[in-house]
Write a protein that binds this ligand. Structure first.
Ligand SMILES: Cc1ncc(COP(=O)(O)O)c(C=O)c1O
Length: 362
């Protein structure tokens, strides 16, 4: 099949007047948007300070679609491993039409998917919340994920995006009953390059006007395909020259970031939000556990921007990049540039936790 530029719908010329199932959309188009900015968090892969690609010629640039190694990776689509150029879903897919689906980002080390049970718990919980039957068992998800890792011989630095949507619809409308033929399940493997400059200088955050909402509007606990709340926050931060958005809750307390969770360190204590207005973060949970197990005082509490500006250290957490130091918030420079004492200690502990979980860091 002729390779089209990403995001271009493939509608055969002779059928363009009659939209049909042959109209396809490249599932990478959202990914392309998400990684377009040079300083998005997606370009930092220093899990707890690890640079899996330092000096590694497999280091890949996510901004270059033609990158050979990524282009060669097989995509798991509805139970089959297919080359990237054949990993296509219908423009009638509920994920494309409405953002109607749930997803997980998963890191791979030592040929193992890190914290897979937690990711599957969240995926199944989200699917149940939107009344979406995945149609396959938990063990079948595990089998497909391992097959993606093994067939692609994935090394450290690899990331899997597991996507589950309501599948193809008879017409591109909202009602879930219009979905025909069962869900779409895709597992996209991708390498992404570490960004040493960002790691050295730490992230710049900007507080944005877009809030994390209450669960009765769109539950922030859902890792939904539709991420427009986060995307609009991300755009606002980018326009302000920042790497990531800091988002407040409806009361004006600090909630989280647009694609990561947010922590500050004050007088030796680690603070993060109550968690009421953010995704149930897997890395967030691991960091809180590491604090508990290592006599580091941690608090899940409300705090304001004043307390953020007065913090000694700050960092973000997420599966993709682990713990990433923050150096600047709304133009205020924190006392520590790069990882401060407690951030650095937690990075070390998190790295050890992954080594234990996956049996290695390769
Ligand atoms: C909005 C948002 N916040 C934070 C995170 C990080 O969560 P986790 O540590 O589970 O990867 C994600 C990851 O999917 C996310 O989408």
């Amino acid at each position: 099949m002729h390779r089209l530029p990403r995001g271009v719908l493939r509608i055969p010329e002779h059928l363009q007047h009659r939209v049909s199932k042959t109209a396809l959309v490249d599932p990478f188009c959202d990914f392309a948007v998400a990684t377009r900015g040079i300083h998005t968090l997606s370009s930092v892969l220093n899990i707890g300070g690890i640079s899996p690609h330092d000096g590694d010629e497999m280091a890949l640039d996510p901004h270059r679609h033609q990158d050979e190694a990524n282009a060669a990776l097989l995509i798991h689509l509805n139970g089959k491993l297919v080359p990237r150029e054949r990993a296509l879903v219908s423009v009638f897919d509920a994920g494309f039409v409405l953002g109607d689906g749930v997803w997980e980002g998963i890191r791979v080390f030592n040929r193992r998917a890190a914290f897979l049970d937690e990711h599957l718990d969240r995926l199944f919980e989200g699917a149940a919340a939107i009344d979406l039957d995945p149609g396959i068992s938990r063990s079948e998800f595990k089998r497909r994920i391992q097959e993606s890792i093994d067939s692609n011989e994935l090394k450290a630095g690899a990331h899997l995006r597991l996507m589950l949507t309501r599948g193809e619809k008879s017409v591109p409308f909202q009602h879930p009953k219009l979905a025909v033929g069962g869900p779409t399940i895709a597992i996209v493997a991708q390498y992404m390059r570490d960004d040493p400059e960002l790691k050295r200088r730490g992230l710049r955050l900007a507080t944005v006007h877009v809030r994390r909402g209450r669960p009765d509007v769109q539950d922030p606990k859902l890792n939904s395909h539709s991420k427009l709340n986060c995307v609009t926050a991300c755009i606002a931060a980018d326009k302000a020259g920042a790497d990531e958005a800091l988002m407040l809750d409806p009361q004006g307390f600090v909630a989280t970031c647009n694609s990561t969770h947010f922590f500050i360190v004050r007088r030796g204590e680690v603070w993060t939000s109550t968690g009421d207005y953010c995704l149930g973060g897997i890395t967030r949970g691991k960091v809180l556990r590491l604090c508990r197990e290592n006599a580091i005082v941690s608090r899940e509490r409300n705090f304001s921007l004043t307390e953020v500006y007065g913090a000694d250290e700050a960092f973000t957490t997420g599966t993709l990049a682990g713990l990433v130091p923050v150096s600047e918030i709304d133009g205020r420079t924190l006392p520590t540039q790069g990882a401060g004492e407690i951030t650095g200690r937690l990075q070390e502990l998190y790295r050890a936790m992954i080594r234990e979980e996956c049996g290695g860091l390769d």
